[in-house]
Design a protein around this ligand. Structure first.
Ligand SMILES: [Zn+2]
Ligand SMILES: [Zn+2]
Length: 490
């Protein structure tokens, strides 16, 4: 059962080489005696010839009787009809399927797998080569643009179902990446579907493994997890699902994709029920590991860069460890998503009552109360598109100012007495770091401002309530790059 069928072709190739024919017991191969097919306009009658011809894309053998793949063109015009991946499930397990599913094929970046499959889209060889190069670069493989054996082997590994590429500017710097969307609250209610637990482990074991996963995130960021008894009250719904389960991302049986989760604020976390989830052993798939990874997505974290194999947000399943730890990159991502500090995990106890468990490594920053007076202002901006507020950033806190004379006039704004000082990144301005160097409104969009800290900048949007762009000062000034920004004005 653990045999990975992600790559039907690899199976076919092995069989073809060893036995001169393919005879997959999982239906992924085509029986040698029946094989006749066409690849790139040439007819083939033996599996070896066909595998050689089709092999570079890992596309399953073409069966003329079924006409499952449209080729019949010179190699430079090779095209795969995306729709065929839906009609023939075998195709989903090919290299092309991998490139589509995880967002390396450009057409797949913005679409769900189902949307892509529904479209009558053809993917040409150039797009496939480009996708392969992208995937090889992402995983630190030699960038050949060919489906070589190192690439095919990596595609066989167990992994998370979330896409590696979701928009055109992936992982510019080697550090955590965040979804643009945030929860906007620090207490997240979660719910297990009582009818959809895995049968692999006892419910108690599943819950305790899961709670340890939650505690990892609550120990390093300001997030409280509270279990609730009803789905309607939950931000996060957890279940084991099988095959196509109507969210646009079907599971394809054992191996390959183990689970997937959605970014805020959809809150769905699905484990593939075809996997064998285990606890405390190298056998099967470690539940705590997968749960910790998927909860990272739920909080808003994307996959870590390929250089960070030790990060929990690395896309590939790296195996069981008896000492599962978050990487500093995971922690930085969690703090950016949920704020600094620590939170708690409160599972439902006996009789459905909430029992709080304190997180294990509290890191209490910033202080619980703002200073009695502002000693040093780091930056201030005016959002005149709204109610004409001025925001002052000082250390860990931000303050809202209103005009002293609401009718206008040249009066200095004063602190808005109707609001309390707020914590940067927790009560507002998610993703903006504390102790800023400077900030300034943009010229082209009244709803946006730049914040500067050290050698990095952050472009914040009031309307979306999120950092829309982030980078280093050298991205803004490619020559004469400043080491940091003292101040800025519009
Ligand atoms: Zn993932
Ligand atoms: Zn799902």
């Amino acid at each position: 059962m653990r045999l990975c069928i992600l790559l039907a072709l690899a199976v076919c190739l092995t069989m073809a080489n060893n036995h001169g024919r393919s005879q997959g017991d999982d239906g992924s191969g085509i029986r040698a005696e029946k094989v006749k097919g066409q690849v790139d306009g040439n007819n083939y009658t033996t599996p070896d010839e066909m595998a050689d011809a089709m092999g570079k894309w890992g596309v399953d053998l073409v069966d003329l009787d079924q006409d499952t793949i449209v080729t019949g063109k010179p190699p430079s015009k090779l095209k795969v009809r995306v729709k065929d991946f839906k009609e023939d499930k075998r195709l989903a397990g090919t290299a092309v399927g991998y490139l589509m599913r995880y967002g390396f094929v450009e057409a797949a970046v913005e679409k769900t797998e189902e949307e892509l499959l529904d479209a009558d889209t053809f993917i040409g060889e150039r797009a496939l080569k480009k996708a392969l190069r992208k995937m090889q670069k992402f995983y630190g493989l030699e960038v050949t643009g060919e489906a070589d054996s190192a690439t095919l082997n990596l595609m066989k590994k167990k992994r998370c179902g979330a896409k590696d590429m979701e928009y055109e500017k992936p992982n510019r710097a080697k550090r955590y990446t965040l979804s643009r969307k945030r929860w906007g609250v620090n207490t997240l209610n979660y719910w297990f579907d009582p009818n959809k637990y895995s049968a692999d482990l006892s419910v108690d074991d599943i819950r305790s493994e899961f709670h340890e996963a939650l505690a990892k995130w609550a120990a390093v960021s300001h997030v409280n997890f509270v279990e609730v008894a009803n789905a309607e009250d939950a931000h996060i719904q957890i279940s084991w699902e099988y095959g196509d389960h109507n969210d646009g991302y079907p599971f394809y049986g054992p191996g390959g994709t183990l689970a997937h989760a959605f970014y805020p604020t959809r809150g769905l976390l699905h484990f593939d029920d075809a996997e064998d989830f285990t606890k405390g052993t190298v056998l099967g798939t470690n539940l705590k590991y997968v749960a910790t990874h998927e909860m990272g997505h739920i909080l808003g974290l994307k996959h870590a860069d390929n250089s960070l194999e030790n990060a929990i947000m690395y896309a590939l399943y790296t195996g069981y460890s008896d000492d599962l730890q978050l990487h500093q990159d995971d922690i930085d991502g969690a703090v950016a998503a949920m704020g600094a500090g620590s939170g708690s995990v409160s599972p439902l106890g006996e009789g459905g009552k909430s029992t709080e468990t304190a997180a294990t490594q509290p890191t209490p920053t910033p202080g619980p109360v703002p200073p009695s007076c502002i000693e040093k202002i780091d930056a201030a901006i005016n959002w005149d598109y709204g109610d004409g507020y001025v925001y002052v950033f000082a250390g860990d806190w931000y303050y809202r100012l209103v005009p002293k004379n609401p009718a206008g006039g040249n009066y200095l704004p004063v602190v808005d007495s109707t609001t309390e000082p707020k914590k940067i990144g927790i009560d507002g301005f998610p993703g903006i770091p504390r102790n800023l160097d400077a900030a300034v409104e943009t010229l082209e969009n009244a709803n946006r401002f730049y914040a500067f800290k050290g050698d990095r900048y952050y472009l914040y949007d009031f309307v979306s309530g999120a950092v829309e762009e982030e980078g280093s000062l050298s991205d803004l000034w490619s020559t004469d790059t400043p080491t940091y920004v003292h101040g800025a004005f519009k």
